[in-house]
Design a protein around this ligand. Sequence first.
Ligand code: SAM
Length: 380
Amino acid sequence: MINYMLAKLEAQMRQSIALQKEGNLPVALGGYELIFEALHFYEVLGYSLQIKNIQRLALAAQPTQEMTLYCHGLILLYRRHYASAAEAVKAALLLTPENPLLHLLMARIHTALGAYSDAHATYELLQELDPTSSGTSDGFFMLAAEQEMPGDDYYIWLQRFHDWLKPASYIEIGLGHGRSLALAGHETRAVGIDPYQGMWERLNYVCPHGPATLFPLTSDDFFASHDLREVIGRETFDLAFIDGLHLFEQALKDFINLERYARKDSVILIHDCLPIAPIVAKRARCTGFWTGDVWRIIPCLKTFRPDLQIVTIPTKPSGLGMVTNLDAASTVLADNYDEIVRYYLSLNCPESFAKQRVVCSVSTVDPEDFAAIFLVGTKG
Ligand SMILES: C[S@@+](CC[C@H](N)C(=O)[O-])C[C@H]1O[C@@H](n2cnc3c(N)ncnc32)[C@H](O)[C@@H]1O
């Protein structure tokens, strides 16, 4: 299956190169980003030779030296070789000092390096060079998220939960390109649900221990048409991740549907519970970097389900809610669903991030103490 994915990524690379040659640079660059990111995942798994060959295709196809350096910088950024990435982009900037593309990449590298004032200055310069660039406003949000939530990103936290819980069953709602789904360990039976991405042709990642079972359905349709116990071959699941439609009422429905199949010590993770600014949490998307209003689920569960153990991990870029001490027999949320939704939709997202942290019950516990404090009886 990994060879299938690598062949698919190579084909995608050829497509992006063709698009670049036709003059469709923005779409081509979007493709390069996704492909380089995925290639790094397989590189870590030991597929370096195939990866290098695919990377070389893009490098060899670049029409100018600065674009070759740009691609080098991008590859190095995804490999987390930030200092070398900065060197590549600096060299490219010597050739075309006013190239917005290069400044945007440099700002991202500064952010990754923790050089926040350099990143800020570069985004400001970029605003002058290209006032229409949506990359700049998204970059400012990413920078703010990095400053407010330094440390590990949510993929690293997801990996930790897999390591701590060693779940026999893992359910993911909302797959994107499959990166989070591919984190499941060899002991895990993974299930992925997504109406648009729930098929292998659409994903870029596959778990090295064996493919997940995919359902190309909305989460509502999945739960209406399937008994999760039959899908996983057990009465209860161990770990679930809600990352589908980013609206409060949907996240709440996903939570209710999952909890019916939970044990007390099952864990439900919810992405995007800590928006960096109210504008990224709007229900109607108006920014590239978008969380929707999923955050409402945290104060909602805190109030209506005081029996639950709830905490939000301040992990970039948008926080990860964790809920355990679950109760499959509870009907409080389902019985009051319409009223709850009406009330919580009337809440405003706090203007200050400090207040958002309080509203979302942010944990201050270090990763090394987290499992002992919040996950009683883990297998790890
Ligand atoms: C942000 S992406 C998920 C990213 C992925 N979990 C990761 O971390 O790599 C959100 C996904 O939710 C999917 N989605 C949207 N509406 C959905 C629904 N009603 N049920 C399930 N998935 C949905 C979208 O197709 C998209 O792939």
